[in-house]
Design a protein around this ligand. Sequence first.
Ligand code: DQQ
Length: 533
Amino acid sequence: KKMLAWQRTGYHFQPQKNWMNDPNGPLFYKGWYHFFYQYNPSGAVWGNISWGHAVSKDLINWRHLPLAMVPDQWYDINGVWTGSATILQDGQLVMLYTGSTNTSVQVQNLAYPADQSDPLLINWVKYSANPVLVPPPGIMDHDFRDPTTAWLTPERKWRIIIGSKINKTGISLVYDTMDFKTYEMLDGVLHAVPETGMWECVDFYPVSEVENEGMDTSVNGPKVKHVVKTSLDDDRNDYYALGTYDSEAGIWTPDDPSIDVGIGLRYDYGIFYASKTFYDKKLRRRILWSWIKETDSEKSDIQKGWASLQAVPRTIVFDMKTGSNILQWPVKEVERLRRNRIVFDKVEVTAGSVVPLDVVSTSQLDIVAEFKVDEEALKRMNVNGSDSSYSCQKSGGAAERGALGPFGLLVLASKHLIEQTPIYFYISKDTKGNFKTFFCADHSRSSQANDVDKEIYGSTVPVLKDETLSMRILVDRSIVESFGQGGRSCITSRVYPTRVACEDVKIFLFNNATDARITASLQIWQMSSASIQ
Ligand code: DQQ
């Protein structure tokens, strides 16, 4: 019991009890950040899907509000599913969402606030002539869901996309509307990728190639790229790609077809799904929300009485240095929870060693770490041959030793390391002397429980010439969010330590390389709990 209670997080968004999944309709409205989410009001498993609702001034401290919408009409009686908000030019707000009908057909519905002058947006009205869209010819009844935020076309119409599939090809259907009640379907799709299956929770937004500010969804022009994101139902991960949007034709083209949507980059290489962005006009940034599911058993969820978290909201910008990925970073407001900074300057970690870090109370932390690899070891790289076929998933995890890695941190570790979650870099090299850096998280020893996920996650991360390796890690009891190289590559982990009932969790530096000394510099803060009432 004590262990299950310990898993409830201190500063991640979660309802007081029961099941939560996708983020819905996030927006900033009359001074408040609003967050809606897929919610089961009567249990810790998926079902009875309604819209939960909470508001915040800072995206970190939250106030829960009454349910915004419940399944009470023929067109959403099987669930008020995922949707998005659009703020119109006159400041009015509309919400589009998917309803699962009395015969389980997926349709799109319109809803709006009962009182547009209420900053808390407590009451919602469903449009009397819903549904506004039904599956078009050629699209199956179960493959038509999750409308996006709308953006303006050159003709000043509103445009949305909706995810679907035809056979095994994932697609995004495009609709234009003036009033959100009647729609015109475009002939082509915004984008399609063969063999990717059903596209859930598609997202589409501009990023600036030259500025670090976010852009409102309707912005287009020179020095703007567009991101297409999809949540692949078949493998339960969120994929994105950068490309160019032709607003006349309503078509998007990837910069690099070899890393097209669904076959290339992921937002996060751990647990991360059904994410959605919105433009925050208060601080001119684009913010990403994402559902983080449990990776323990359904039985434990029922015992706990709750399931799922939302990731700490992340700011998204284009990576101007690489030009080929986005950067994700926890919103700066989370730093207000930092307490008791401890600095570790240039700690030497010799090959094959583990160094305990003297930090008390490590269940809620914000860690910023930099690693320097011994220059001589980098030069000696060819002595031990090549390990260019390395990958986080295929390797033996943090226990598999190479010349130049793995090295990093062990978080949520028990005193004698019986339980530990390594977050680490691994540098591989080929016979020509080219380096490749991996950013990984190993869950194989994260818990002594036998009904939890113990996979190894990760990917390569771009490291440019003369850059030091860096990671930031947010630890919050049963969740660890890790950001490599300033957010070029991210890994979200769910971790269920069992020994917390008898001892405090600990943190260590480790270096399991065979041939490289590492110098690590760290700042570690304890994190206060947010107020979520
Ligand atoms: N969750 C919703 C759907 C969406 C799925 C239902 C993604 O609208 O496609 O709860 O997690």
